[in-house]
Design a protein around this ligand. Sequence first.
Ligand code: DC
Length: 235
Amino acid sequence: MEGGRLVVAVDGPAGSGKSSVSREAALRLGMRYIDSGAIYRAITHYLLGRFGSLEKGKSYAEFLDGLKIDQRFEPDGSVRTSVNGLDVSRAIRDEAIARGIGAVSDDPSVRNFVNELLRSWSARESLIMDGRDIGTVVFPDATVKIYLDASVEVRSIRRVAEYREMGKTVDVNEIRNQIIRRDQEDTARPFGRLQKAEGSFYIDTSSMEKDEVIERMIGLIAKADGPRVRDGRPE
Ligand code: DC
């Protein structure tokens, strides 16, 4: 990995396991992990706090002015996201955020704001970033692009387990419906929709153990000798 920064773009649908495997791969490789979904969640949290409910099709551009969002990747592998200095890492995992996020992540002005923020964070270090449009829009010249997938059933079960770990009881059917709805939203939005980036490695994790996925990712990253990236453009 000498000779420049590595940018690893990991995209895939909700519950495909992107964040847990990306985080672990980053820890093992000594890279920074960036959770782009957490940024959309943090903005949703902020706007919900301001307005109570959010409208699809509305532009939230004027409310992003001066908004300060930060994210830290801690040595223990946890990610801390803050809005205007307030740590929202736990609050953004609430189901209410998942319900309201479509109006925010469909807004092109929000997407531009987030994309600029993500690119500004990655100017200096090697990183693994996950999301929906990282390999297509944020870093089209990423060194390695990975598309992680899994069946709706498997993803629903994983999400329920995640909520349980946080001490929350949720209904599997409700989570399944939410995943189906988010797949529709994620693949249909006019800007930054979820799609397999050109040149990406496709991994179906439905019947894979977490560690197997991590090993596969690390193998792909270790072999990579594609273009190094500066500010979203090849050096
Ligand atoms: O990865 P996640 O489930 O925490 O992401 C939350 C939402 O944010 C997801 O429904 C779609 C949106 N998102 C996006 O539009 N673009 C990204 N790069 C990451 C997330």
